[in-house]
Design a protein around this ligand. Sequence first.
Ligand code: PBG
Length: 324
Amino acid sequence: MAFPTHRPRRLRRTEVLRGMVRETRLSASSLVYPLFVCPGTKVKNEIKSMPGNYRWSVDLLVEECKAASDVGVPAVILFGIPESKDEVGSGAYAPDGIVQRAVRALKKALPDLLVICDVCLDEYTSHGHCGLIKGGEIDNDSTLPLLAKTALTQVEAGADIVAPSDMMDGRVGAIRRELDAHGFTQTPILAYSAKYASAFYGPFREAADSAPKFGDRKSYQMDPANQREALREIALDIEEGADIIMVKPALPYLDILALARREFDVPLAAYQVSGEFSLIEAAARAGWIDRERTILETLTAIRRAGADMILTYFAKEVARRLAC
Ligand code: PBG
């Protein structure tokens, strides 16, 4: 039986009714706020291509995290901008590196804030790649111990979760073994499992000055055309010990999120990346879209596709909004 007996509009008549039958809800408890930390004190340096986002020195980072935590943001993920970069990215795994210092300060000031550390070399290498260079190529296996060391120093500093974003093969296992060998058996790994070689990372690379100086990241990040390969990457990461898997970027890859949700039973994260943020921000500034509605619609779509957690530069303002 169809119309006129069936009228789907009956349940859309009022906000109360729509609220009753709503299938997906946003909650601040699933948001992660990405932040950039840099050397110095009293530094709050706006990232041009990401208006409203800053490179924070540790002192002001703590204040920003306190403000985020006060409105209900449960977690942050940290990216470091080191004093200097070198061929082997030593700033990533220095026990007193910029991220390690930030984690110590944060855990001291805000012990309940969940601190996630991105594990990667690209912000710390002079060539801007996520791995070591050998014979003009990004060498996989010699990079693994450095990633493991990066994760270990972050966890020693107090990080609650480590999140490898480099896309080297075998890195989740290498990190798991290193953490376990040092007694950190309880620290989860959030793996950037299906991370695509995406144009949407453009603004982030300005923020972290991490654009590759030669070539591109296509020999390690995934081809945007591939879906089946994402399932394989995720399966391998789970086998190696990933506790949470991630798809990145989010909005152009909702099909991957939906598929991952169906195929795997581990918690699923999605990263609404810098370019996704800047697209919305730019169109809103031009007066072409309703900023707030667009933000909530994109985040709802990402949840609807299956994400349990969302990393988003809008985390603080959305949490504030959801609280009222
Ligand atoms: C690598 C890393 C990148 C992002 C997160 N981790 C950059 C890249 O792969 O080039 C991008 C995040 C964003 O665009 O918001 N450390």
